[in-house]
Design a protein around this ligand. Structure first.
Ligand SMILES: Cc1ncc(COP(=O)(O)O)c(C=O)c1O
Length: 376
């Protein structure tokens, strides 16, 4: 017996015929770039997220890069990002020529700490990128207030949080631009790569659309230098089918998280914390575990897939060495990097599979009784 981290064939099995039909329709249409499937998907997902515009792009990474480009961010400017996130959040800032300015996280949610943001704002700060890590929104009311006070645009990195809400506001619809990823393991996964920028600002939407297509204002006339960041019509057609089941996928993830909560309660792991007023979409189910690396080895030998998001905070990545950060600069993130472990979670995960995961964790701690709960 073994439990995978995600099970995409199981997700696609009930919609196999629909996916094949959509594939055939795109194949026969001869329309593989732009076209009705892309437009339909953009309109439908933007509506789901409560935004006026959805701009389909080639990946979540490109959504972030495009958002930064559309806001005119470049050399001499600074962008505030959490250090405890996926690489793309800061990598895209770097690629524009701007400087990523790292901040620490809240120890309970692992999301960016709004007070830390306020402390690093300077005259050069051109944007703030909160990341809705693991599927829970950052404290957007505090972040939006700070941003408004300093007149700085907010780009939401909602790659992991499609379907989450902060109060009654959907993830991705709160800042100037929201960035989604359709990497296959995300809440809405393509059969390949994809992403989307969301915005309710008509002018910004126009710039995003133009920059996605090499900054072209008219056929082969370029007002700005953009890139090829387009989402394929084929992926859009497939994503449209899956997007109709998004509510159901999120509900199943939340049910699985609820079951884990009950099953893991008596074990010495610290369970995910959902802040007040947040609707968690559980793209990942991330606990903190004493003796994490030993637990990993035990789970691997028991056939339980798992992952560590993320083992090295971004301020300590070799590629950012010239920014001059040191170990100890962001202690909350550095500690999280040593303790977090993400367990299998996906809509099709069964209670029996979860029991197998939990039994393996329980067996590990029974065999190493010295592991107490982690202090916080
Ligand atoms: C927080 C975060 N930001 C950005 C991305 C980038 O998305 P993609 O893999 O679609 O480029 C991811 C994807 O893993 C992510 O988790």
């Amino acid at each position: 017996m073994s439990v995978p981290l995600v099970d995409l064939p199981a997700q696609h099995e009930p919609i196999r015929d629909e996916l094949i039909r959509a594939f055939t329709e795109v194949l026969d249409s001869g329309r593989y770039v732009f076209g009705p499937e892309l437009e339909g998907f953009e309109a439908e997902l933007a509506q789901f997220c409560g935004s006026s515009h959805g701009i389909g792009v080639s990946s979540g990474t490109d959504a972030l890069l495009l958002a930064l480009m559309a806001l005119g961010i470049g050399p001499g400017q600074q962008v505030i990002v959490p250090t405890f996130t996926f690489f793309a959040t800061a990598g895209c800032v770097w690629r524009t020529g701007a400087r990523p300015v790292f901040v620490d996280i809240d120890p309970k949610t692992c999301n960016l700490d709004p007070q830390a943001v306020e402390r690093v704002i300077t005259a050069e700060t051109a944007a703030i990128i909160p990341v809705h890590l693991f599927g829970q929104c950052a404290d957007m009311s505090a972040i939006m207030q700070i941003a408004a006070r300093h007149e700085i645009p907010v780009i939401e990195d909602a790659a992991q949080a499609l379907g989450a809400r902060c109060g009654d506001q959907p993830a991705g619809s709160i800042g100037a631009v929201g960035c989604l990823s359709f990497f296959p393991s995300k809440n809405l996964g393509a059969l390949g790569e994809g992403g989307m920028c969301l915005t309710s600002d008509d002018e910004l939407a126009g710039r995003l659309r133009q920059l996605r297509h090499h900054g072209q204002s008219d056929a082969y006339h370029h007002e700005n230098v953009g890139g090829n960041f387009r989402l394929d019509a084929l992926q859009a057609a497939l994503l449209r089918i899956k997007a109709r089941r998004l509510d159901q996928y999120i509900a199943a993830r939340r049910e699985a998280a609820c079951r884990y909560q009950a099953m893991l309660e008596s074990l010495p792991v610290t369970l995910p914390y959902t802040a007040a007023d947040q609707f968690h979409a559980f793209n990942y189910y991330t606990v903190r575990a004493p003796k994490r690396d030993e637990l990993r080895r035990h789970l691997a030998s028991a056939g339980i897939a798992h992952s560590v998001y993320y083992p090295l905070p971004l301020h300590l990545q070799p590629c950012f060495a010239e920014l001059g950060y040191r170990r100890g600069d962001f202690p909350v993130s550095e500690q999280a990097a040593e303790e977090v472990i993400s367990l299998p979670i996906y809509p099709e995960l069964t209670e029996a599979q979860q029991q197998e995961v939990v039994d393996a964790i329980a067996a590990f701690y029974q065999a190493s009784p010295a592991a107490g709960h982690l202090p916080h």
